[in-house]
Design a protein around this ligand. Structure first.
Ligand SMILES: CC(C)(COP(=O)(O)OP(=O)(O)OC[C@H]1O[C@@H](n2cnc3c(N)ncnc32)[C@H](O)[C@@H]1OP(=O)(O)O)[C@@H](O)C(=O)NCCC(=O)NCCS
Length: 279
């Protein structure tokens, strides 16, 4: 039977979550040699070791592919167990996407609010000195990320690449706090925004703890939203974990509204299947 995509399915293809291992788009698939695709019939999922941890696998639906069935996901669990993983976590999944995962034995690990904003009436963009991020500054970006998020949500190099490749167009910007003794720029906050056609995605936003409540988060957020609007985006979405009150306050302040249903990161334990034979 040919599965027809409903509106809800189409909507979530680029929900590359702000805080979770990202459900990235084709760019990341093409550019990350460590990403593996599990296929069965028309169904496909992407997987790689989560944050470099050989015990935990990350599993994400492939954009533009059919919603994953429980049968396919059980097969994924077997394959990942055979590869020696003890646990698997997913990208942020919409309620529709969660159905197959729940039936295959996954449980909700983290719940996320989904917020959206029509870009017609944006607040003005404050000038906080937003600047492009140079490749050599990526370690600083990862350090800000580690300081800003609890371990479960922190990005490693691979996760950063996923965030940057999640949408066809990306804006990667930072704010600086002067220069070091050797003349190096010192970054104190960053944002990754993406767009795909008329849809915009706030992918990642973090300000170093010591620099908060000075308007930098708002400046980075609005810089991204104004960029989206200049490029024809009509509506932006963002997600944030339930309980992240600072982020929620920031998004409400910018005009975002909470969608009735959120997203969930799911997880499952795996039966590790060790190779037989040998000494
Ligand atoms: C969320 C975050 C980016 C905000 O950055 P920030 O630079 O401190 O935010 P701003 O100073 O620009 O705040 C803008 C508005 O957001 C709201 N806000 C921000 N932090 C808040 C807090 N801790 N409590 C209540 N409201 C807050 C306020 O309305 C604030 O306006 P005001 O200062 O005029 O009252 C920052 O707290 C952070 O990096 N958190 C950890 C990472 C994270 O959660 N990122 C977002 C993921 S969804």
């Amino acid at each position: 039977m040919v599965r027809r995509e409903g509106a809800a399915e189409r909507r979530c293809r680029f929900w590359a979550p702000l805080l979770v291992p990202l459900q990235a788009g084709y760019a990341a698939i093409m550019s990350s040699p460590s990403v593996d695709i599990i296929r069965w019939g028309r169904e496909r999922a992407r997987t790689w070791p989560w944050r470099g941890d050989g015990n935990v696998a990350f599993l994400a639906p492939v954009p533009e592919a059919p919603v994953l069935s429980a049968a396919f996901l059980r097969r994924c669990l077997t394959i990942l167990g055979e590869r020696g993983f003890a646990r698997v976590v997913t990208s942020a999944l919409s309620p529709l996407e969660q159905t197959g995962f729940l039936a295959a034995g996954f449980e909700v690990a983290e719940e996320l609010h989904l917020l959206s904003l029509d870009l017609d009436a944006l607040p003005p963009c404050p000038d906080v000195g937003v600047t492009r991020v140079a490749a050599a500054e990526r370690p600083q970006i990862l350090a800000i990320d580690r300081a800003a998020f609890s371990p479960f949500w922190q990005l490693d190099e691979h996760g950063l690449n996923e965030a940057l490749g999640a949408t066809p167009r990306t804006r990667f910007r930072a704010v600086i706090d002067g220069h070091s003794a050797v003349g190096r720029r010192v970054l104190i906050g960053y944002a990754i925004n993406g767009r795909s056609g008329a849809r915009g995605f706030v992918q990642r936003l973090a300000v170093a703890p010591e620099a908060r409540r000075h308007g930098l988060g708002r400046g980075l957020l609005l810089d991204g939203l104004h960029w989206m609007r200049r490029r024809g985006v009509r509506r932006a979405v963002v997600n944030t974990q339930v309980g992240n009150d600072a982020a929620l306050a920031l998004y409400y302040d910018a005009g975002f509204h909470r969608e009735p249903s959120g997203l969930s990161v799911m997880e499952a334990g795996l039966k590790v299947i060790r190779p037989t034979g040998g000494p």
